[in-house]
Design a protein around this ligand. Sequence first.
Ligand code: GRF
Length: 290
Amino acid sequence: MFQKLKQRWKVNGLNLALIITTFALGGSLCAYAGRKLLLLMAIDKTTFWGIILYILLITLLWPLAVLLVSIPLGQFPFFKRYITRIFSRFGSKKTGNNPAGPSTRIAIFASGAGSNARQVIDHFSASSTVEIALLVCNNPHAGAIAIAKAAGIPVLLIEKERFLNGDAYLPELKQYDIDLIVLAGFLWKVPAQLIRCYPQKIVNIHPALLPAYGGKGMYGHHVHEAVILHKETESGITIHYVDEIYDHGAIIFQARCPVDAADTAASLAKKVHALEHRHYPTVIEGLIKK
Ligand code: GRF
């Protein structure tokens, strides 16, 4: 059960303990405050109307009480989101069945031009159930940054040591309440602890038909050059889950295109990009609906 909660709320063990403590202390505080208020108003809590008023009071006081308790326990951002979403649940269709994550919130990880990021962003821009909540980027000059900013999406610029050997930016992913990570031309290896926190929730797109032409160093033009060098007659795209080995996780989807004798790495890249743009957003949508 605790494991499930950790995954659902994207928190580690310590945070989960603090969240549960906040729930408990907040509940006690609001019950205490409710009783005191009834006493002040000289209302008998054992009468019918006393009970109704008491229930109303603790319903109103509960959000305030947990928010208050969450401050010294360092859980204010979680409870602010949690309570906002409980309220939005009554007022909006957007809300799903998880108060800590009403819609699917995607973080796109990109390192380069960002044409796939753009397609995914555009595809979900009018969605009421899927939100591109964050762009994570390791390259301050990446085109993906301008694309995200233009769409009003927050950008998190990351540095290598912390990503690979530190906390993998899990606190930020938790802060943005990310449910699904979409790699779109992200060049760093995804660290094991991030994969463990997002089991089957990190997807990547690769510009070839895996398992061929994958692995370390197989990115961008290197892939297309290798395909042409080996005189392949077809190439394509692979959308797959990310595991701890480069370009290795379970394949979700593949699409093919012909490689003509006259193709260069650049012309093949164009064909492959067209396939990526056509399929990546809809495959992601399909995964979310599953
Ligand atoms: C794409 O070809 C994708 O398959 C690979 O990196 C490239 C990113 O291109 N993983 P862009 O930055 O989305 O234009």
